[in-house]
Design a protein around this ligand. Structure first.
Ligand code: SAH
Length: 347
């Protein structure tokens, strides 16, 4: 049997071609696109302004839903964590965080991850596969549909390395910000990477208005290599060059994520070194208290240690915030829910 077309992964232009080939009038493509990406339809039967025959045709040859919610956990702070199942039975996670300024959804870009960061739960079973645009979109669509909440911000910080799934992620960003779809402003989209240098240069050329976040976690290569295997491939100096290029090309401020691991990267000396590294750069540092994962590297830094670290950066005129913790009581941190569900064992 021929494989079904993944209709929701087709960009607006591609859908126009598809509609033409199906012998339908051109304006049908806008209707169909809006049913999927604005009305968030979950069945072809809902699409009442398309003919019954055409709907039946679509049912036979196309796939509509790529991810469904199989588990929901609600935290005392209002954070919702979702375990989602893909059509091939793989699981991913998405998180809804409610802020005064709007709702943010953190999505996964891959099932598993091959970057191997030593403190992270998502990488334990390695990479299974990358997600298609529809599978990234459906995480947001399903959350909006189930909760009735409007999503205004999207962060690519769930399971996976977005730049290791480059084409699909770029397409997803275009579709998410498409005026025929949810029309989420690119300014409200943040992509987080562990620092894949070639793809960072490529991204800078895409003319997107998204925020780039880089997981730095250490001020020097020696320490970074102990925490992130990928650091052996890309020295910090090359990552900094790629960041400067990104800032120059896009005029956007870069965020550096720095997960605080007790006794590892949280010393006053590390803070001074980090300040020196980032001096004069149009950037912002986000200090993340580590979410300790069983069997993985490290404990979280103490509160006063994080404050001390922050003060040193401030003294050196580096923009810095400590990430507000959300959903800790529900394993909202980085792939922990999926690990509970799947057969992937944490020793
Ligand atoms: N692969 C991308 C995006 C996914 S991880 C990246 O590396 O940026 C999102 C962020 O959470 C990264 O900064 C990552 O290093 C961090 N992170 C992963 N596990 C963590 C943990 N247990 N505690 C705190 N931060 C963690």
């Amino acid at each position: 049997m021929e494989e079904k077309t993944d209709l929701k992964s087709l960009g607006f232009d591609e859908l126009q071609d598809f509609i033409k080939k199906a012998g339908q009038k051109a304006f049908r493509s806008r209707q169909l696109y809006q049913w999927m990406h604005r009305q968030l339809a979950v069945s072809f039967d809902e699409m009442t302004n398309l003919s019954k025959e055409f709907r039946d045709e679509l049912k036979d040859s196309c796939m509509l839903c790529s991810a469904k919610i199989v588990q929901r956990q609600v935290s005392s702070d209002g954070t919702n964590k979702f375990l989602m199942e893909l059509s091939d039975g793989n699981h991913i996670e998405s998180v809804l965080m409610k802020y005064k300024h709007g709702n943010s959804v953190c999505i996964s870009t891959q099932a598993g991850c091959r970057m191997g960061c030593r403190f992270c739960a998502s990488t334990v079973g390695g990479l299974i596969r990358s997600l298609r645009p529809s599978e990234m979109l459906d995480q947001i669509y399903e959350i909006q549909r189930i909760t009735g909440e409007r999503v205004s911000n999207v962060i690519l910080m769930g399971i996976g390395e977005p730049l290791d799934n480059y084409e699909n992620v770029i397409k997803f960003i275009h579709m998410l910000s498409d005026e025929h779809g949810l029309n989420i402003s690119q300014r409200n989209i943040t992509l987080s990477t562990c620092g894949l240098v070639e793809q960072m240069y490529r991204l800078a050329k895409e003319e997107l208005a998204i925020t780039l976040a880089v997981s730095l976690h250490a001020p020097n290569d020696m320490l970074r290599r102990e925490m992130m295997p990928v650091a052996s491939k890309y020295p910090i100096s090359e990552i900094m060059e790629a960041c400067r290029n990104y800032i120059e090309k896009t005029n956007r401020r870069v965020t550096f994520e720095y997960s605080m691991v007790e006794g590892k990267n949280d010393s006053a000396r590390a803070a001074e070194e980090l300040s020196w590294l980032l001096k004069g750069m149009n950037c912002h540092v986000n200090l993340i208290p580590l979410n300790p994962v069983a069997g993985r590297l490290g404990q979280r830094s103490r509160k006063n240690q994080i404050e001390e670290f922050k003060k040193i950066l401030e003294k050196n005129h580096i923009n810095v915030t400590v990430r507000r913790e959300m959903g800790r009581d529900i394993d909202a941190a980085c792939g922990q829910l999926r690990n509970k569900r799947s057969t992937i064992g944490l020793e």
